[in-house]
Design a protein around this ligand. Structure first.
Ligand code: GLC
Length: 497
């Protein structure tokens, strides 16, 4: 009887994973999918036989792994966990299957699948099933949490957001036990520190991220500008002028696109507006709630005023990929997005190919611009039945060589310091070495200060910001209410930024 219950529970987890992967509009967990611009998503699945095999195998093999776990131990889940965490590599010669939840559908997932095929060729005793994750980081977090709470072995390797180590540490293995301490010496130390919780390295730095301003070089020239905007006010003015001019021939043209949906991406965008205006980081590193201030309120009101003037009303439903669809279709002068959009924008089928560049986001009252620090790590579940093989795969994916390929092919920023001097990377993505300082000084979301409640903090924040954008609230009321909700949630005192 008990056996049946476990089997059922595990199958539910698998079904959720499969549904999430299929139902999402695509998109990398990290980086977004390609729904609206599927055409731009690098090599189609049909170009990559190995990749196709990997996807097709996913469901069956995941089910098999889960079913095995479900029948392993019928007494307590805790016991199962204890057995699996101490388990080493499978006896030599025995083939094991591990499951990796990676990017959502799109160019990034296609790249992930190619890597899986290469790894399996080099490691014939390890079979890897690739599972596509949801597009939205918020949905992905929900899915992972559900999986972890069920102590499910259905996924061995997870890609985790830079903001999650503190929230998810209790479910993850210490990768230093698998040789990671030697390889992370080459990574940016701040990311290694971010991924170390209570002395345990719970995530291998994989790629880093930072918000960028994409701008149309051809249109700047056409409207008499010699440089991209330095301040948000300048950006809004330029966006309006270009939009007014372009509307004469293109009714779909907008000045500025960004991520306005109520999800983690909006937390990133809004933190950039607020921090660059001198309004702080929601919660300070010394655990004071700082969001209730005039600069933060004004920054939110300014963003709300873009909607319908330089940004489409639909922007309040945009994630990364919806912004990229408008931009890459040639219908926007400026876009806020992550580096992944660079290589896609330079693709053969992109309408903006050769006509755009990237730079730092504009400054507000603080006098400097701010890029939110993003990025993804590779983690191994504490509930994995094959931790040694899972760690081996994660270490391979995060290696300098694989990071280099990622930087060249899909313009994702390496976490290995030396790669910023690599001539092949500089050739494929010139902005990487040029903007290295932007990425290394990016502003962190308050995930360490609020762990293990960061996800709840971010949800309070992005929902309140969304209310301002959709005119249900205003900046002043929103920051005051956020302060109360955050006090309630965290029991921290308030302070000034
Ligand atoms: C990017 C960033 C990630 C962030 C997400 C929000 O994937 O790398 O850190 O949370 O966007 O949408």
């Amino acid at each position: 009887m008990k056996r049946k219950v476990y089997l059922f529970a595990s199958l539910l987890v698998v079904a959720t994973l499969v549904l999430a992967a299929c139902g999402g509009s695509g998109g990398g967990g990290s980086q977004p999918a390609a729904e609206a611009t599927a055409t731009t998503a690098a090599p189609a699945a049909t170009d990559t036989p190995a990749a196709t095999t990997a996807t097709t195998e996913t469901v069956a093999a995941t089910t098999e792994t889960t079913a095995t776990t479900a029948t392993t131990d019928t007494n307590t889940t805790t016991e199962t966990t204890a057995t699996t965490t101490t388990q080493g590599a499978a006896p030599s010669g025995e083939k094991v299957t591990i499951n990796w939840i990676g990017a959502a559908a799109g160019a990034e997932a296609e790249f992930d699948k190619k890597e899986v095929a290469q790894f399996m060729q080099e490691n014939p005793n390890i079979s890897v099933n690739f599972i596509e994750g949801p597009t939205s980081a918020t949905d992905r977090y929900g899915l992972y949490l559900q999986n972890f709470q069920a102590k499910s072995a259905a996924v061995d390797v997870y890609q985790i957001d830079v903001i999650w180590p503190g929230d998810l540490a209790e479910h993850l293995l210490d990768l230093n036990q698998y040789g990671a301490q030697d390889v992370v010496k080459e990574d940016f130390p701040a990311i290694v520190t971010n991924n170390t919780v209570d002395g345990k390295l719970v995530g291998l730095p994989w790629f880093t991220d930072g918000g960028l301003l994409y701008y149309r070089t051809d249109l700047l020239t056409k409207y008499g500008y010699t440089a991209p905007p330095k301040t948000w006010a300048e950006m809004a003015e330029m966006a309006k002028k270009i939009q007014d001019g372009e509307r004469a021939t293109n009714q779909d043209f907008w000045g500025f696109v960004w991520q306005g949906l109520a999800y983690e991406g909006l937390t990133c965008d809004a933190l950039e507006w607020i921090y660059s205006s001198g309004g702080g980081t929601i919660i300070s590193p010394d655990k004071k709630i700082t969001i209730n201030n005039d600069k933060a309120a004004a920054a939110l009101d300014a963003a709300a005023a873009w909607i319908g003037t330089i940004s489409p009303p639909g922007v309040t439903g945009f994630k990364e990929e919806e912004s990229r669809a408008v931009w890459q279709g040639g219908n926007a002068a400026f876009m806020r997005n992550w580096p992944y959009a660079y290589s896609l924008g330079q693709g053969a089928d992109s309408k903006v190919k050769g006509n755009f560049d990237v730079t730092t986001l504009p400054a507000g009252d603080s006098g400097h611009g701010a890029a939110t620090l993003g990025g993804w790590q590779l983690a191994v579940s504490k509930y994995s039945a094959h931790p040694a093989e899972a760690a081996k795969f994660a270490l391979w994916l995060a290696s300098t060589e694989q990071q280099k390929q990622r930087a060249i092919n899909i313009s994702l920023l390496p976490t290995k310091v030396s790669l910023y001097d690599d001539p092949d990377i500089a050739k494929a993505s010139p902005f990487m070495p040029k903007l290295k300082d932007v990425f290394t000084s990016a502003v962190a979301r308050p995930s360490t200060a609020s762990a293990p409640k960061y996800n709840e903090v971010s949800t309070i924040f992005f929902q309140a910001v969304s209310d301002v954008l959709t005119k249900k609230s205003n900046g002043t009321d929103a920051v005051a209410n956020m302060e109360l909700d955050l006090q309630d949630k965290l029991k921290y005192e308030s302070g000034t930024p």
